[in-house]
Design a protein around this ligand. Structure first.
Ligand SMILES: [Zn+2]
Length: 258
């Protein structure tokens, strides 16, 4: 859909790219004096671009309100629904399936620091770059799958798991600013957040080593750390996740097909 307007009218929109699907992210270039409201709020713009992201279970019926001068129009559109597979992970230490009471305070603290790290919407253009894969390797887990750990149902998997030897360098898939860099999170182990702008954030989990710190600006392809098996993990792999605002989106839809 590159360079097309898709469902959006020319009065408000110049072009759109991305996929209107659950788990999808679209980048819309507005006409210079147009605005867009989604879910009751005006969307931030970077160089006339706005971003919309749709979570795993986002409603298929969607609407954006466009305004330009005195004109306003609500545009309804549909998302393609996704079907998600089931995946069972066995052989985990029980403490990662049901954390012991003494771990709960650490887990709660970490949840707060993760929320804080994604709390600020910034104006930078990493989201609009053509993303690259952070590591090469076999895909061992996909976005959206229903997860069972040691047979117990848990939250769905929101990342893409890429198996690679421990120590494999991880590249920034697009430019961004490091908003979290922690070597020892309870579930994620070595963890990095990279803010690509307009609410789009990449998350990298289970790292063996971190090569960046909070505040660092990285370009696409820069090494940010190495693959490991820290946290809730059964072998060396990178778990790459993405957010738009609080919506979890599918990184595999942004990186090139493989
Ligand atoms: Zn994973």
């Amino acid at each position: 859909m590159l360079g097309e307007r898709g469902v959006f009218p020319e009065k408000f929109v110049k072009s759109m790219r991305g996929t209107l699907t659950q788990g999808g992210l679209v980048i819309v270039t507005l006409q210079p004096d147009a605005r867009a409201l989604y879910d009751g709020r005006t969307l931030a713009q970077y160089k006339d671009q706005i971003v919309l992201g749709f979570g795993r279970d986002a409603p298929v019926n969607q609407s954006v309100l466009f305004t330009r001068g005195e004109t306003a129009r609500a545009v309804d559109f549909k998302l393609a629904p996704r079907a998600y597979v089931e995946q069972r992970i066995d052989g985990l230490p029980p403490a990662f399936v049901t954390p012991p009471a003494e771990a709960l305070a650490k887990i709660k603290r970490e949840a707060a620091s993760k929320r804080k790290a994604r709390g600020e919407l910034t104006l930078r253009g990493g989201f609009a770059e053509a993303f690259i894969w952070p590591v090469a390797g076999r895909i061992t887990g996909v976005y959206g799958s229903r997860r069972f750990y040691n047979g117990e149902p848990r939250r769905p998997h929101y990342g893409i798991d890429i198996a690679a030897p421990a120590g494999t360098p991880i590249k920034a898939p697009a430019m961004g600013r490091v908003t979290l860099a922690s070597p020892d999170m309870y579930f994620e182990g070595g963890l990095i957040f990279l803010d690509h702008g307009l609410g789009v954030t990449s998350v990298f989990m289970h790292l063996e080593t971190l090569a960046v710190k909070v505040g660092d600006e990285v370009a696409q392809g820069d090494i940010i750390g190495t693959v490991g098996s820290t946290g809730r993990s059964t072998g060396p792999h990178l778990d790459w996740r993405m957010y738009w605002a609080d919506q979890r989106i599918d990184p595999a839809l942004l990186a090139p097909p493989r």
